[in-house]
Design a protein around this ligand. Sequence first.
Ligand code: 2PG
Ligand code: MG
Length: 390
Amino acid sequence: MIIKEVSARIVKDSRGADTIAVSVNGCEEASAPNGKSVGNYETPSYHRSLRWCVDFLNAFCDEIVFEKFEDLIRIEKAICKNADLKNAREFGANSLYAFESAVLKALASETGKELFELLGKNKKIPLPVGNVVGGGMHSASVSHRPNFQEFLVIPRALRFSENLKIMQFVYASVGKKLGASLVNDEGAWLVASEDERVLDILNSVRKEAEKKFASKVGIGIDAACSTLFHDGIYRYNNKILKPDMQLAFFEQIVPNYNLFYVEDAFEQGDFKRFASLNKFAGKNCLIVGDDLIATQYNRLVGAIRTRSINAVIIKPNQNGSLLELARIFDLCRRSRIKTILSHRSGETLDSALADYAVGFGADYIKCGVATPWREVKLNRLVEIEEKTVA
Ligand code: 2PG
Ligand code: MG
């Protein structure tokens, strides 16, 4: 394939905020999402501005020969040359990701392949991590909302289609028990409630789901604690915790609620307490770094060295380069770190995340349970499963 024509435009995400969409050779558009609980170490979304990146891509006229995933290096070199940058990621995580993804979509279409087939040999269908109840920054419209940003369900049946049914059952049943009717940024239930009450309800529904579907079902939280941390202290609705008290608190709630998954239990610089929790609970629970790593290779190397995590969130638009994402997945595989490819709270209707989860061989995909922006990715995974699993 020769890249002959690039067109870019500004579109709206699920929150109505601006983001970038790119198409190559007139093929299907690729777009980038936007986060709200944005980590300090994420690659900035745009070089100069969104408008500047859109104009740059519309003027892109290098005719690059592109035949396989690894040829993304040619795209990255052309960007560096034309925009006078040292590293392609300086072009911005949203603009680089949308462009690279659009190139891959064009290659898939021109070669009659599925997008996930372009990414190498590590294919497997991931387990879903679904956001059932929301709090924190994603539910800012409700006072007395839970402190934790996300209350999650992680079903572990063999088929993705079955896992989807389990998530939908848990979602509907928890919503009913909480008397919830509105949803937040990620389609999770919007409620005024204490964290502990939500965890109790989620746990009881988890047990019901295990019986009903004869499958293991885990629960978890994205505590997103960087957003609770101000002036050296974690500030909750009903308490204030110093960092060591925060560690003690998590050492209590992980076994008490039988948590299978805990993301960002500490603020984004605290490798040490992540490591303590990992040592304490990492045998039975995924100790997940999101803001801690921010999809940056060097921070992942640091976390592996300090044994701070046993699982990592990977967000394409925290980094930008799909080539670097491939290196991150490789490092995780070699270091036995579980991988969770993740959506953002402000999403688009692009379903490519599902293909990247399968193509990179992610262990999990975090993309919500409800609302069209999340469902499009879940439905694509069901479709991929139908195509690939006998
Ligand atoms: C997170 C993400 C997605 P945001 O913290 O894991 O759920 O939130 O996209 O707002 O950073
Ligand atoms: Mg997170």
